[in-house]
Design a protein around this ligand. Structure first.
Ligand code: SF4
Length: 491
């Protein structure tokens, strides 16, 4: 992520709505409770501004139990945080029942920066009509406020949720949350109905195993009750003013088995979160890149552990499905040659429009019937083959219509290539020493492709073909071969 993101939950437990399932329904806070909540939130906002630089805090979202945005002090605090030059984004979860003109007037009067404001709006069909809720969304959008809108996936509400989707402006993403505590799984029809409304809905159904390493850049601050890593993990510092006294970022703590709600899994540093929702995915506002380039080994296919088989997680599959339903072109970006990539990714092949294969030596945009190879000279293979006995390797050549576009020199895992061996080869093969060949190590293999053929160059070519700029695209990968591509594609 670009910086650390904090979720804040104060002591507020009151709401103006009385939804049947909610414990805070129509509960009015006492004067003392509200005063305390106000003091805590404003002192938290002050601490954020004071510490943003030192602690690398770049985004904050208030995720209250009740409805916070009815209270003017929340707008004041949001404004103060947004005015801090170090902050990229600030927002809150809300039922949208506040008066937009009054709230924004206060936000502006307190020096707020509307460009940084993000709202997560929840629709409560028992309390408000789809028309009124969509009207409030439109008003805010017209005022330049970014927001997402959505509701709990109650099957009985499918009709009204469809209606809401119809009434919302197209650019507002409508999410559906899995219904907690539901005993029966969704039927196929219900699942499809929700997926039609929310293309990202399968992510709500995919199991996500907890992995605290993905949560290094996040913190959950509870007004008066201490610190956690996320809303589900345990409190690790109960000191009431823990955040105010914090001098350095604490190590993440988590003993959960699963990250079972959006506020948990959506804030993880998984590549798919960033591809779908940008640097601060917890705001849940889709990024919708012009195209997505994805490495295969270690990215699309992840390892369960050292020496274990790679696998495609349900969460990654759900993310790919979402991108494909959003009509965002997907491309592989891999050092594997096309046939190997196809074999490894059989299950998801139909979702992709093409790929950068063989480390950039083969570009194939099958949806547009475009294909390009960067070839090596035949002599290069002949020269390399001479060193087989001396340097002990097996040589594979990859050809198209008889011409070579990639050479791989394989060794066993316990005998990786040493720097001086590579230099010896480079000096001995004229095409390499003249700079006509790019050589890179990958595990115990040495790969040779034409100079200038790499993933970043592949992205540039695809972008030219599609008439978009690389900044509009997104990419994910986990090795040195991906670095330039990641720098090139938009953050
Ligand atoms: S439960 Fe929370 S802290 Fe633990 S791994 Fe999941 S998101 Fe991270």
């Amino acid at each position: 992520m670009a910086g650390r993101m904090i979720l804040y939950r104060g002591s507020l437990k009151s709401c103006n709505y009385h939804c049947s399932y909610c414990p805070f329904s129509k509960r009015r806070g006492t004067e003392r409770e509200l005063k305390q909540d106000r003091e805590r939130w404003l002192s938290f906002a002050e601490d954020v501004v004071r510490k943003a630089d030192r602690l690398g805090i770049r985004a904050v979202m208030a995720a209250p139990y009740g409805e916070a945005l009815l209270h003017p002090w929340y707008w004041e605090g949001l404004a103060r945080i947004s005015a801090c030059g170090k902050m990229d984004a600030v927002g809150a979860q809300t039922n949208l029942s506040f008066s937009a003109p009054e709230a924004l007037q206060r936000f502006d009067a307190c020096g707020g920066d509307r460009r940084k404001l993000r709202l997560w709006a929840t629709f409560h069909p028992e309390m408000v009509t789809a028309e009124a809720f969509a009207g409030q969304c439109k008003r805010l959008l017209e005022e330049g406020i970014l927001l997402c809108a959505g509701a709990v996936g109650v099957p009985e509400h499918i009709g009204i949720l469809r209606e809401l989707r119809k009434q919302l402006p197209e650019e507002i993403y409508m999410w559906i949350n899995r219904m907690d505590g539901r005993k029966l799984p969704y039927t196929r029809e219900e699942k499809n109905a929700f997926l039609e409304i929310d293309p990202y809905f399968l992510r709500e159904l995919a199991p996500v195993l907890a992995d605290a390493d993905q949560c290094k850049d996040r913190l959950f601050v509870e007004g008066g009750r201490g610190l956690r890593t996320c809303n589900l993990s345990e409190v690790f510092d109960r000191e009431p003013e823990a955040f105010g006294k914090m001098e350095h970022v604490p190590k993440q703590h988590c003993s959960r088995k699963r990250c079972s709600c959006y506020l948990a899994y959506g804030g993880r540093d998984d590549f798919m979160n960033r591809i779908l929702f940008g640097e601060y995915p917890l705001f849940r506002i889709p990024r919708r890149p012009g195209a997505v380039f994805l490495d295969i080994e270690g990215t699309l296919l992840q390892k369960r552990g050292p020496g274990k088989e790679t696998f495609l997680s349900e969460m990654v599959l759900a993310g790919l499905t979402a991108l494909s339903l959003e009509s965002i072109p997907l491309f592989f970006a891999t050092t594997l040659p096309y046939p190997d990539a196809r074999r490894r990714c059989r299950e998801i092949w139909h979702l992709f429009s093409g790929g950068i294969f063989a480390g950039g030596a083969h570009l194939f945009f099958w949806k547009e019937h475009r294909e390009l190879f960067s070839y090596l000279e035949e002599d290069c293979a002949a020269e390399l083959a001479r060193w087989k006995e001396t340097l002990c390797f097996r040589m594979l050549t990859y050809r198209n219509r008889g011409r070579i576009y990639k050479i791989t020199l394989c060794r066993t895992a316990h005998r990786p290539w040493r720097g001086e061996e590579v230099q010896r080869l480079a000096a001995a093969v004229p095409e390499i020493s003249a700079g006509g060949v790019r050589c890179f190590a990958e595990g115990s293999c040495l790969q040779f492709v034409a100079a200038g053929a790499d993933k970043a160059e592949g992205v540039r070519t695809f972008c030219r073909w599609m008439g978009i700029s690389p900044e509009e695209t997104a990419a994910a990968g986990d090795s040195a071969e991906d670095e330039e591509m990641l720098r090139l594609c938009g953050r």
